[in-house]
Structure formats: structure tokens, C-alpha cells
Design a protein around this ligand. Structure first.
Ligand SMILES: [Zn+2]
Length: 443
């Protein structure tokens, strides 16, 4: 029989009382270690479409890739199922774990399923159909939603641009206590690492982004370009809680992958993540709640766009847009509701062309050099100061300097998606996986 390549995917292994899929994966890695022959890659952490309504926390599946003696494959699903039942709070109605295993080549239908799951909604029924068609062994609980993430994580493969995340975990018994990550240590790390790590801090509101909130086992997470970078960065971090375990994941975070599809306005459907190139047809204004609203057209159709209040100063950039500006909008499509039409939730914009912003004023008087007034329609201008009249004078054009530049604008870092390509990654493509370094999880 010999050895066989295995991809083991999982999603939604968490509960409100603590726990998360990546933490579960780190326990599973330890448990599988004596069984397997070789790890083929870092665990994959695959972030899926952030704009779907029923997403799990962070909406990410995990996949482990390894080789194992063919005779042992049958033991894996029972082992993982037993662990899930112990780990996850299955009585909680919103826990819908899914685990799946694929031996050998990844079927192409599974790859295309995964590509779709990154930017649109995929029906749960499709996940079950693919699993049945390809005789994929799986375990689900609850509504079975977790199978979508489990299969999508297996099918992804991270063949394009990717990044890494170092995740440090605390003890499950300490998940309700304060993590105590020292901000000064994060600032030191951020300064030392430069662009080798990203999304560490949000300087617009002086907060740390590596430390999550909520009662999960994650102590902190550091995102970066290479495994060595995120491990080095972690060595600078100080926290009052101790690291119980840690692991490095390879991931599609920070790649902007969910926005790689371009659409015209009439092709947009609810919950898609979409890029579209359009022109401003209605200047932005602020509505109650502090959201900036404007409208764009792709010459055939128009649609309303919103930069919501949590995006912070990004709204003030949006407010500087003028009718005629051309831009590529990165967005999630919000369906029509009682009070709003279908709306693009703007999560980034690339300004391609700025319209000339022209304002007009009345001419100055030839005699006294003061501002004239209109003398009525088609009657020219009259000076209110000296009474001089001019029939032939026209309004004077002023080119108002634009406060925006061509280029890429993003919400404040704390309001960005896991998948958002941050400024520090513009133009970067990590296309070749770094070979497994010797120590990529706690020994
Ligand atoms: Zn005058």
C-alpha cells in the first residue's frame, strides 16, 4: 500500500465559551504527529468571503497537509471526530463544525468550489454534493455549514500570493482573563520588523491589532511575509498571560484575493465581494450614523456606495470625491433592505482619475476692481459699487486644487478585513512556499 498524501480540512470548531478552529488545529497537529510520516506544508488558514451573512467568526477554514501510511487513513476521521466532540460545545445551537479528508490529488471541482467560496456565497448543498460525488469522508454537526469551510480549505492549495501568521494561544482555563499584551512591546516589534510584518497596530486610534478581544484561546496573532519573520516578531512581544502553545500558519490573509473578480453593476449580487470600475455620479454626503454615501455609474447602470462609520478617517477621503472622478471600488454587496437600495459597502478604493474641479465666480469690475453682480439673465454684469455695466463679461473659471491623489485608499487598519491587502503589501506577491522550517509549532 505505501504512503498517501492527505488533506484534512476543518471549520467552525468553536463555541461562545471559548475555542477556535486554529487552536483546535494546533492540538490536532500534536495528536497526529506520532501517526503521520511527514508534514507537507504549514497548516493552511484560508479566509473565505467576508461579506456573507452567516459567516463564522473570522470566516476561515484550516487544512493540514501530510503523508501517512495508507493503512492508517481510516483512523483519522474517527480520531478527529472524537476530538471535536470533546473540544467544541456541540449543545450550543450556533456551532456547526465540519471536518473532511481527501486522499491524493485534489479534485478540480473542489478547487473551483474553493475559489468561489473566497468571493461569493456557496450553497451548503453544493458542499455535500461534492463530498458525495468524490466519496470524501467527512463529519459534520448542527446545520452542516462547517463542511463548506472544511472543503474550501482543502481545495484552496494557496498556490498564489500568500502570507503567514504566528498564532500564540493561552490555556483554555484562562480565556476569560485579561491577556495583558504590552503595547510598548508591540510598538518595538513593529519598528524592528518594518514591512516584514503587517497589521500590528492601528495608529489612527492607538490600538493593538495583534491582540483579539473576546474569550477565545488566541493570545495574539502576528501576520507577516515569511515564517521566520513572524517567529522573530513574536520574540519581541510581552504579555501578562503565558503562551501555552503556538503555531505558524500559511494563509491568504493580506492578499486581497476576495476582490480579484471585476464586475459591471448589473452583474452584482448580494453578499459578493466585488471590484468594479466606475465614475462618481452623485457627490458624497454624510448621513445620520456618520456613514458617507455616494453613487457611481459604469455608464449603463448606477449604484449607491457607502463608507460606513467604523472605517474612520477613510470617510473623509471619500468625502473629497467629486462627480466625474474615476475609481476602482473594492466592496461587499449589501442586499436591498426596507430603508436602502442595494448598496456597495466600500472596503477600499483605487483612484484612477480625478475630475477637474471647476468653480465659477462673477468677474471683477474694470473700473474699481471689486466683484460685480449679475445684471439678470443674458444682461451681463453690473458693479454694485460704482454702477459700471459690462454686457460681454463672462463668469470666471477657477480650478480648485484636489485634495486627493491617484492611488489606493483604505479604511483604518482596525476596520480592514483579514483578506484586505494592506498598504505595506501593495505590489508584493509571495508565490513560492517557503519550505517547512525546523520548528513551526511548539515543540
Ligand atoms: Zn466698479
Amino acid at each position: 500500500m505505501g504512503s498517501e498524501s492527505v488533506s484534512l480540512g476543518m471549520d467552525d470548531i468553536d463555541s461562545p465559551t471559548g475555542g477556535c478552529t486554529t487552536h483546535f488545529a494546533s492540538l490536532l497537529v500534536e495528536r497526529l504527529e506520532p501517526l503521520i510520516e511527514e508534514w507537507k506544508d504549514y497548516p493552511h488558514l484560508i479566509r473565505l468571503n467576508p461579506n456573507i451573512p452567516y459567516r463564522t467568526r473570522g470566516n476561515g477554514g484550516v487544512c493540514l497537509n501530510f503523508t501517512i501510511d495508507s493503512n492508517e487513513i481510516g483512523e483519522i476521521i474517527p480520531l478527529v471526530t472524537g476530538m471535536v466532540q470533546k473540544y467544541a460545545d456541540l449543545k450550543y445551537p450556533n456551532t456547526n463544525p465540519g471536518v473532511a479528508i481527501v486522499n491524493g490529488e485534489i479534485p478540480s471541482t473542489l478547487k473551483s468550489f474553493s475559489q468561489k467560496a473566497v468571493w461569493r456565497t456557496v450553497p451548503k448543498s453544493l458542499a455535500f454534493r461534492i463530498a458525495d460525488e468524490h466519496q470524501i469522508d467527512y463529519f459534520t454537526h448542527g446545520n452542516g455549514r462547517g463542511l463548506v469551510g472544511a472543503l474550501a480549505a482543502i481545495g484552496h492549495g494557496l498556490e498564489g500570493d500568500h502570507t503567514y501568521e504566528y498564532l500564540a494561544y493561552r490555556k483554555m482555563s484562562e480565556t476569560h482573563e485579561d491577556r495583558g499584551v504590552e503595547k510598548s512591546s508591540v510598538e518595538t516589534m513593529n519598528a524592528k520588523m518594518g514591512n516584514r510584518t503587517f497589521s500590528n497596530l492601528d495608529l489612527t486610534n492607538d490600538t493593538m491589532l495583534i491582540e483579539p478581544h473576546g474569550p477565545d484561546p488566541v493570545l495574539y496573532g502576528i501576520r507577516g511575509e515569511e515564517p521566520q519573520d513572524v517567529i522573530e516578531a513574536a520574540s519581541y512581544i510581552k504579555s501578562s498571560q503565558e503562551i501555552d502553545r503556538w503555531m505558524v500558519f500559511r494563509t491568504n490573509q493580506g492578499t486581497g484575493e476576495h476582490l480579484s473578480h471585476h464586475f459591471s453593476i448589473d452583474e452584482l449580487r448580494p453578499y459578493m465581494s466585488a471590484s468594479l470600475t466606475a465614475e462618481i455620479v452623485e457627490a458624497p454626503h454624510i448621513i445620520s450614523g456618520g456613514h458617507a454615501i455616494f453613487a457611481v455609474s459604469d455608464s449603463k447602470h448606477s449604484i449607491q456606495c457607502a463608507a460606513y462609520e467604523p472605517t474612520g478617517d477613510f470617510r473623509w477621503d471619500v468625502m473629497k470625491l467629486r462627480v466625474g472622478d474615476k475609481l476602482t471600488i473594492h466592496s461587499g454587496v449589501r442586499p436591498q433592505s426596507h430603508s436602502y437600495d442595494i448598496t456597495l459597502n466600500v472596503e477600499g478604493m483605487l483612484i484612477n482619475q480625478l475630475a477637474d474641479h471647476v468653480e465659477y465666480s462673477n468677474p471683477l469690475c474694470d473700473h474699481c476692481n471689486r466683484r460685480m453682480k449679475s445684471a439678470g439673465k443674458d444682461k451681463g454684469f453690473k458693479c454694485p459699487h460704482c454702477g459700471h455695466r459690462e454686457r460681454e463679461h463672462k463668469k470666471v473659471e477657477h480650478h480648485v486644487p484636489r485634495e486627493l491623489q491617484l492611488g489606493y485608499y483604505l479604511p483604518r487598519p482596525g476596520a480592514q478585513r483579514h483578506l484586505t491587502r494592506p498598504h505595506s503589501r501593495v505590489g508584493k506577491q509571495n508565490l513560492f512556499s517557503t519550505k517547512l522550517i525546523e520548528i513551526w509549532h511548539n515543540p
